[in-house]
Design a protein around this ligand. Structure first.
Ligand SMILES: [Zn+2]
Length: 361
C-alpha cells in the first residue's frame, strides 16, 4: 500500500500542478472576457438604446458604471427612423444594444449590419429585448404585412403602460449582469429602487406601505384591483388609501375616447379608459376619406370628447375631425424628451395624465 502510494506521488503531484495550470488558465480567460465585456478602456459600459424611454430606465440601473445613449429622438415616429451612418458608428463599440424587439425597430437591421459588432446581435450577450415577458396586447393571429399593418407581433408600444417598465427594467438588469457580472448586486439594488418608485407612482405610498407592489400590480393586470379595494382595512375601505396615478385617473374610468394610432393601448388598459376607434384604420395605414367619415359619425353618436394623437403625426386629419365634431385633439409626446420639459418616464406619464384630465372633463 505504502509502495503504491509512493509510486503514485509524482503522478498525483502532476495532476495537482496541471490542475492549477488549467485553473489559472480559466482565470485568465475570465479576465479577458471581463475586459472585453467591459468595453472601453476606462471600464465604463457603452450602452446604446433604441428609444429615450429605455435610456432613461437604463441610466437609473447602470448609474455611473455606464455611458447611455439612445438613437431615436423623443419626438420621432418609432416605426420610421432613418438609418444614418452615425448610428452604426454608435453601435460599433457598444457593449449593450437595448431594443424593444417585436419588430418595432425594423429600421435597426441596416444600422446593425453596418456596425459589424457581433456582441450586440440578436441572441448574443450584448443584445437586450426589453419586451420579453411583457403581457402583449392586440396580438395578431396571423402576421400579414401585405395590407401595410406595422403591428405584426402585437402592440409594441409597451412604454405607455407604466407596469411594463418593471419588466423592461428586469430585462435591462439581466443584460447588464451578463456583460458585467461583477456589479450584479449594484444593478439589482438599483432595479429594485426603480420598481419601488414605479409602484409608489402607480398606487401611492399608503397602499404600498401595506401591500407589496407586485401583488397590487397583479390585481390591476387581472382587472380585480378595484374590487379588492372595496374591502375594509382598519375601519375604512382600502380605496381611501389609493394614491398615485390610479387615484388621479379614477374619475375617468370607463370614459370613451378615440386615438389616431394604436399608441396608447397599454395606457388605456392600465387606467381603464375605453377606446371606441382609431383614425388610422390599421397601424401605419393613413386614413381614407370613408374611414374618417365613419369616425366622425362615431364621435357624434357616442359624444366622444377626446382624441389622443402622438405629437409626431401630421395634424391635418386630426384638425379636420376636430372642426367637424368639436372633439378635442390632444397631442402628446410618446417618449421621454418628446417635449423639452419631460426628462424621464415619470414626468412623461405625469404630463399625459395632466393633459387627459384637463381636456376630458
Ligand atoms: Zn405603432
Amino acid at each position: 500500500m505504502y509502495k503504491l502510494a509512493t509510486r503514485l506521488k509524482p503522478i498525483l503531484l502532476f495532476i495537482v500542478l496541471s490542475g492549477s495550470v488549467i485553473l489559472s488558465g480559466q482565470n485568465r480567460q475570465q479576465n479577458r472576457n471581463q475586459q472585453r465585456y467591459r468595453g472601453n478602456s476606462d471600464e465604463t459600459l457603452n450602452i446604446i438604446c433604441s428609444f429615450s424611454d429605455y435610456a432613461s430606465i437604463t441610466k437609473r440601473i447602470v448609474g455611473s458604471y455606464g455611458n447611455v445613449q439612445h438613437i431615436a429622438h423623443g419626438e420621432q415616429d418609432p416605426h420610421f427612423v432613418s438609418p444614418k451612418p452615425s448610428y452604426s458608428m454608435m453601435l460599433r463599440d457598444a457593449d449593450l444594444w437595448i431594443t424593444t424587439g417585436m419588430d418595432l425597430e425594423v429600421w435597426s437591421t441596416t444600422i446593425l449590419d453596418k456596425a459589424r459588432n457581433r456582441q450586440i446581435m440578436d441572441g448574443e450577450i450584448g443584445f437586450v429585448s426589453v419586451s420579453d415577458g411583457v403581457k402583449v396586447l392586440q396580438k395578431v393571429e396571423k402576421a400579414d404585412r401585405t395590407e401595410g399593418d406595422i403591428h405584426l407581433m402585437g402592440n409594441p408600444h409597451i412604454t405607455t403602460g407604466p407596469l411594463n417598465w418593471k419588466v423592461i427594467a428586469a430585462n435591462i438588469t439581466t443584460g447588464l449582469i451578463k456583460v458585467d457580472p461583477s456589479n450584479a448586486s449594484y444593478y439589482q439594488a438599483n432595479m429594485e429602487a426603480f420598481n419601488d418608485q414605479v409602484d409608489r407612482a402607480m398606487f401611492g405610498d399608503e397602499l404600498i406601505d401595506i401591500f407589496k407592489g407586485e401583488m397590487l400590480s397583479k390585481l390591476l393586470e387581472n382587472n380585480t384591483l378595484f374590487t379588492f379595494l372595496e374591502e375594509e382595512y382598519q375601519g375604512e375601505k382600502l380605496i381611501e388609501k389609493l394614491g398615485g396615478w390610479l387615484k388621479q385617473m379614477e374619475p375617468l374610468r370607463g370614459k370613451k375616447i378615440v386615438a389616431y394610432h394604436k399608441n396608447w393601448v397599454y395606457f388605456i388598459e392600465t387606467f381603464d379608459l375605453e377606446i371606441v376607434g382609431y383614425i388610422e384604420p390599421k397601424p401605419g395605414i393613413p386614413p381614407s376619406a370613408k374611414h374618417v367619415q365613419h369616425m366622425i359619425q362615431t364621435i357624434h353618436d357616442q359624444n366622444i370628447k377626446l382624441m389622443l394623437v402622438a405629437s409626431y403625426f401630421e395634424k391635418s386629419s386630426a384638425r379636420m375631425i376636430e372642426d367637424k365634431t368639436g372633439i378635442k385633439a390632444v397631442y402628446l409626446p410618446l417618449f421621454v424628451q418628446g417635449s423639452p420639459e419631460i426628462n424621464d418616464n415619470f414626468q412623461l406619464v405625469d404630463y399625459w395624465i395632466d393633459q387627459v384630465k384637463m381636456h376630458i372633463q
